[in-house]
Design a protein around this ligand. Structure first.
Ligand SMILES: *[C@@H]1O[C@H](CO)[C@@H](O)[C@H](O)[C@H]1NC(C)=O
Ligand SMILES: *[C@@H]1O[C@H](CO)[C@@H](O)[C@H](O)[C@H]1NC(C)=O
Ligand SMILES: *[C@@H]1O[C@H](CO)[C@@H](O)[C@H](O)[C@H]1NC(C)=O
Ligand SMILES: *[C@@H]1O[C@H](CO)[C@@H](O)[C@H](O)[C@H]1NC(C)=O
Ligand SMILES: *[C@@H]1O[C@H](CO)[C@@H](O)[C@H](O)[C@H]1NC(C)=O
Ligand SMILES: *[C@@H]1O[C@H](CO)[C@@H](O)[C@H](O)[C@H]1NC(C)=O
Ligand SMILES: *[C@@H]1O[C@H](CO)[C@@H](O)[C@H](O)[C@H]1NC(C)=O
Ligand SMILES: *[C@@H]1O[C@H](CO)[C@@H](O)[C@H](O)[C@H]1NC(C)=O
Ligand SMILES: *[C@@H]1O[C@H](CO)[C@@H](O)[C@H](O)[C@H]1NC(C)=O
Ligand SMILES: CC(=O)N[C@H]1CO[C@H](CO)[C@@H](O)[C@@H]1O
Length: 790
């Protein structure tokens, strides 16, 4: 039954369904003698006339199709390809159709397609042991193409401008290219998966592309992505005419699917390259943009507003064919705004942010916040008020502020603290109390460790990795699963669940406010968690350029994220890769995971399937990559996703999601906690305000001399002591608000230096003796004397 023409028939059939045509399958007549070829002729002629007749397919047929994705079917196909010497065009068409069919957009299934269908196929292709090496065979097809080679030089030569009617469009959509687009699609899907499951050493393992091919592929992807982003608005009218042709329409679909994938894949490759350094930094930058923060930011904001308006009146999402042309409107919009020479910068910023240096993007980020703050500044509005007791910081703050709208919470807050004796503490001027509140809530909400858990009614919101980086605690998810298994125990009442999630959301608002106010905090989040912040595109951003959001939420961490998450687990899984059949068998693994969980004060274990019916799926040689993928997905995504989404909802009340998608996870961490660079004492001095001293006074001179002599750890401690953050602001101390200050605090040489971290103030007695000053200062910064509100 498996012969070349069957495979071809199947592909076209699947392809037809993918394109939205639905065919009747009379299941009773299904028999091996069916003349597929003549059926095919009918099918293809139908699609030529763009018939939109819908013909019914019953559920049995879906079942039949879904079998092709499970078990050994795709292996059989591979074997058949091998034996029958199926030509490579047919192979491409077949696997392309197979994948397209289970990709949400073109899916023949309902929206909830099983991602495992797709993964099965991809894994089969990657680990195929037959004589066909798909990666390299498809890669040579890819290179052997006019468009591929044009794209490699295009951008540079044309100075990133692709003109209307450019031949490039013609060669992109030349009649010969249909299968080429399919090939590109396949390679991209395979590499996207490979990057997920293989660690750095494995990337160039035998059977994969070697380093040179990989680099050529990445260069192509980079240039192609630029073409997608900047070129989309110069579609010629002859192209629009071509649109009418169904063949062309297919290619356009491929083009857009490929564009989406490229941007995603390139991002993955870029993140990987931050570690691997196969390309130098310049490779990723696009310098010829003439990037100008002051012009770009308002333009970005205008585009943003226009898109938000657009989305309100246009919510029907299904008109694919117009996608690419909608970008024309974006550039018209820019021309309307009279700054079209900066629109390139805006487009790149939105879609390929890593092509612009981090410092410039950080600058844009702060500009955006300032613009935002000035847009709703209303001096008359009443400030939100909060009465916060030191003993109960988190819940009091939650009580006072969690119901605030984003705009209210972004505005100034009015806060009073009550100490443990119930007395109101003296206030401080200069907005210092907001900083005080933020740092206090952060320490209560994020660092409730085993010793002080009673603090927040026993609730734990964040856990840490083996690298001491924070991510949402998994217990919410696990307790929910436990509750579902044992509803009679009523171990996790609805009320408790919703309270917990609201608190998660509030913690998100707090981090948002920290970013908004540029209050640096000493919290390190795990990169895999941060990558959620950055890829959680708003609807408006992903529909920009017609990049619909079907998989923006389905972000992927790489296998290497597990290393930072849990080194032991990572090592265990790495070993798995090299095990023989027997060794793997003796481990007796199935697609489940067992997690510890506390139920009504008791420690229990709960075993959960990683995929539907995972209990009964053994881990074997051919599915071990999927097992690793499933574990990583469970640990890094599934069990924290609900909590994360609430956290993000809170965060996004204050910080717009697309402001964050300008950054990679490490950069977001820098925005939160400050730059990793060595603390620059001269910069501190240049941005320092003195009270009761002048820079000529001996004590001040001594102080800065001592600071310069300090090692990095001591400098950090000094900063922590005076500002509550151990790192300096990303763009220097000029960003610290309020400004760093030193105030004279008398001439009693026996006193210690003290600090008011919430106003970044050091109170320094006039020692007039360097040695004494150094001793006293070291004593203070090592004691971390805490808050002093006097
Ligand atoms: C085909 O599409 C047209 C316009 O989109 C519609 O008027 C017509 O009813 C459709 N025909 C069928 C059989 O659905
Ligand atoms: C996903 O695949 C599993 C295993 O084949 C199946 O039981 C389940 O119904 C599928 N889910 C969907 C949404 O198709
Ligand atoms: C496109 O790729 C080629 C080949 O790697 C490279 O020389 C060229 O600089 C790239 N263009 C851009 C804009 O990076
Ligand atoms: C461009 O925008 C105008 C309204 O501003 C709209 O009427 C038109 O359909 C849009 N064109 C495309 C191709 O989206
Ligand atoms: C704001 O307050 C000023 C003086 O208190 C008053 O004149 C003005 O009308 C107020 N504006 C609004 C929008 O309430
Ligand atoms: C909880 O304990 C940790 C370390 O033991 C400490 O850093 C943190 O400040 C404590 N949090 C509160 C709110 O006391
Ligand atoms: C790693 O494997 C060892 C030995 O099989 C096992 O004892 C340990 O629990 C595993 N650790 C993790 C985190 O899975
Ligand atoms: C799957 O593995 C779990 C954990 O090791 C075990 O409890 C369970 O019995 C296994 N399932 C089957 C069907 O063997
Ligand atoms: C600082 O120096 C100024 C002038 O040099 C002097 O007038 C002032 O008294 C000094 N202040 C202290 C606290 O030493
Ligand atoms: C803040 C936090 O959750 N800290 C924990 C990090 O992990 C260690 C070891 O698992 C715990 O002891 C800490 O309490």
């Amino acid at each position: 039954m498996l012969n070349s023409s069957f495979i071809r028939a199947l592909s076209i059939l699947l392809g037809g369904i993918t394109c939205g045509l639905v065919f009747k399958m009379d299941t009773d007549e299904e028999d091996d003698d069916v003349d597929i070829d003549s059926d095919l002729r009918i099918i293809t002629s139908r699609s030529d006339t763009q018939s939109n007749e819908s013909i019914h397919v019953n559920s049995d047929f879906y079942l039949t199709i879904s079998k092709m994705y499970m078990g050994s079917f795709s292996k059989d196909i591979l074997r058949a390809c091998d034996l029958l010497k199926v030509d490579s065009d047919t192979q491409v068409l077949f696997f392309y159709s197979l994948l397209q069919f289970v990709t949400p957009r073109g899916s023949g299934f309902d929206a909830s397609v099983n991602s495992s269908f797709k993964n099965n196929i991809i894994v089969t292709l990657i680990v195929s042991s037959g004589s066909i090496n798909f990666l390299s065979s498809w890669f040579s097809r890819l290179c052997d193409n006019h468009f591929y080679n044009e794209v490699l030089v295009l951008v540079e030569e044309k100075n990133y401008k692709i003109d209307e009617g450019d031949d490039l469009w013609e060669s992109a959509f030349s009649n010969k290219n249909e299968l080429w687009w399919c090939t590109l699609y396949l390679l991209q899907e395979l590499y996207s998966y490979l990057l997920f499951v293989s660690h750095d050493k494995d990337l160039f393992a035998p059977g994969r592309l070697d380093k040179d091919c990989y680099k050529s592929f990445v260069s192509f992807l980079k240039n192609f992505s630029i073409f997608i982003v900047l070129g989309g608005r110069s579609v010629s009218s002859s192209l629009v005419t071509k649109m009418k042709n169904p063949l062309f329409k297919n290619m356009l679909n491929s083009f857009q699917n490929n564009g989406r994938l490229s941007l995603k894949l390139l991002q993955q490759i870029y993140l990987r390259d931050l570690r691997m350094h196969l390309f130098d930094e310049e490779f990723w930058f696009l310098d010829s943009l003439n990037f100008d923060v002051n012009k770009v930011t308002p333009l970005l904001k205008m585009v943003e507003n226009a898109l938000e308006l657009d989305l309100d009146d246009d919510d029907d999402d299904d008109d694919d064919s117009a996608d690419i042309f909608s970008t024309q409107n974006d550039s018209r919009m820019a021309i309307k705004f009279g700054q079209h020479h900066q629109i390139d910068s805006v487009l790149i910023l939105m879609h390929l942010p890593f092509m612009i240096p981090f410092e410039e993007r950080a600058d844009v980020f702060h500009h955006l916040i300032n613009l935002d703050a000035s847009s709703f500044m209303d001096f008359n509005s009443t400030k939100l008020y909060g009465l916060i007791s030191r003993e109960n910081v988190l819940f009091d703050a939650f009580e006072s502020f969690s119901q605030a709208t984003g705009a209210q919470f972004k505005g100034p807050l009015s806060i009073e603290f009550v100490n443990k004796f119930g007395e109101k503490e003296a206030g401080i001027d200069g907005g210092g109390l907001t900083k005080e509140l933020l740092t206090a809530v952060v320490s209560a909400g994020f660092f409730n460790t085993e010793d002080n858990r009673s603090q927040n009614a026993g609730l734990k919101f964040f856990d840490n990795t083996t690298n001491y980086e924070l991510y949402p605690d998994a217990s919410y998810y696990l307790r929910l699963k436990y509750e579902q298994k044992h509803p009679e125990l009523k171990s996790f009442p609805l009320q408790e669940r919703s309270f917990y999630l609201q608190l998660m959301k509030f913690l998100g608002m707090i981090i948002g406010k920290c970013l908004y106010e540029n209050v640096l905090i000493d919290v390190s989040f795990a990169p895999f968690f941060l990558s959620l912040w950055a890829t959680h595109h708003s609807k408006s951003q992903s529909s920009f350029l017609g990049l619909r959001s079907y998989d923006t939420q389905q972000y992927r961490n790489s296998f290497d994220d597990l290393k930072g998450f849990d080194k032991e687990l990572y090592d265990n899984l790495t070993k798995l890769i090299s095990l023989s059949d027997e060794e793997l068998d003796s481990l007796d693994l199935n697609f489940t995971t067992t997690e510890p969980i506390e139920v009504n004060g008791e420690q229990k274990m709960i075993t959960l399937p990683l995929v539907p019916d995972g209990d009964n799926i053994r881990v074997k040689q051919q599915n071990k990559l999927q097992y690793i993928y499933s574990i990583a997905k469970f640990k890094l995504n599934q069990r924290i996703i609900v909590q994360s989404n609430y956290f993000l909802e809170g965060l996004f009340k204050v910080i717009k999601p697309h402001w964050l998608s300008l950054f990679n996870p490490y950069e977001i961490q820098t925005l939160i906690s400050g730059g990793e660079k060595e603390i620059d004492i001269d910069d501190l001095k240049n941005n320092c305000e003195l009270g009761g001293y002048s820079f000529e006074n001996q004590t001040i001179k001594d102080l800065f001399d001592i600071l310069r002599e300090f090692d990095n750890v001591e400098k950090s401690k000094f900063l922590k002591f005076t500002t509550s953050s151990s790192k300096q602001p990303l763009l220097g101390f000029k960003e610290l608000t309020p400004k760093f200050g030193i105030r004279w605090s008398g001439s009693d040489k026996s006193r210690l230096p003290t600090a008011s971290t919430c106003v970044n103030l050091l109170k320094l007695p006039n020692y007039q003796n360097k040695q004494l000053l150094k001793e006293k200062l070291l004593y203070s910064i090592n004691a971390e004397a805490g808050f002093d509100l006097s």
